[in-house]
Design a protein around this ligand. Sequence first.
Ligand code: OAD
Length: 252
Amino acid sequence: MDETLREAADLVATAERVVIFTGAGISAESGVPTFREALTGLWERFDAAKLATPEAFDEDPALVWGWYEWRRALALTVAPNPGHIAATEILADAGHATLITQNVDDLHERAGATGVLHLHGSLFTPRCSACARPAALSPAPDGEPGRITPPPCDRCGAPIRPGVVWFGEALPTDGLEEAVEAAANADVLISVGTSGLVYPAAEIPQVTARMGGAVIQVNPEPTPLDPVARVNLRGPSAEILPALLRQSRPST
Ligand code: OAD
């Protein structure tokens, strides 16, 4: 690990343009379950990939809204971990920096990151499912709420939906374009805690590699991105990112 960490740190230290691209794994050590983990408690019977679809919401809006309200409540009770904080600092050290996330929590922002590109939306921006009017957030529910009927839109009365991107939906065009441009121009892209299975987001590190930039991957498990990455750092991001930050700074 020491040698690969050194190699990654040298790449980060000499890069002018740095992108960090994150997935659910970076929030795992804050206590937010990743998507590929089985759901627990009340949600045990359900599959996250099936709940995160327009079809599931059409069929049973209270089930899907209740699941997202539970996730919003959970996101509010957890805190950024040392991985989120190190990511903010690595970007602050770079000349040009972009943080792209697939996560719908706000842990990067709470760790001090600004201008975060949220490719899959946010738990904190609900909108009308019919007319897209932004809706106000109600107080988050306590405990594991189960099913919750979504409130009606105050303009057209249709149910409010979470402000996230579901499977089968298009990503926000502006955010995706900005992300692809940053990835194409990056000297180094650090991919953290993503399984690399969900497209088009999974394309982002590949764009950097195709354009000649170096990809560093931080993940305890192998992923389809392994052959694309110049350096694979195996381990949890709350340990690896702080170590990478320390190594990439000149010693005093
Ligand atoms: P996944 O749940 O698919 O993958 C999480 C990744 O994090 C896995 O590769 C784990 O090995 C890794 N991991 C677990 N613990 C970690 C730790 N402590 N440190 C670092 N890595 C760790 O999550 P995503 O790749 O983010 O989309 O999933 C991509 C998209 O699929 C999500 O944004 C969501 C999902 O279904 C939509 O809802 C549209």
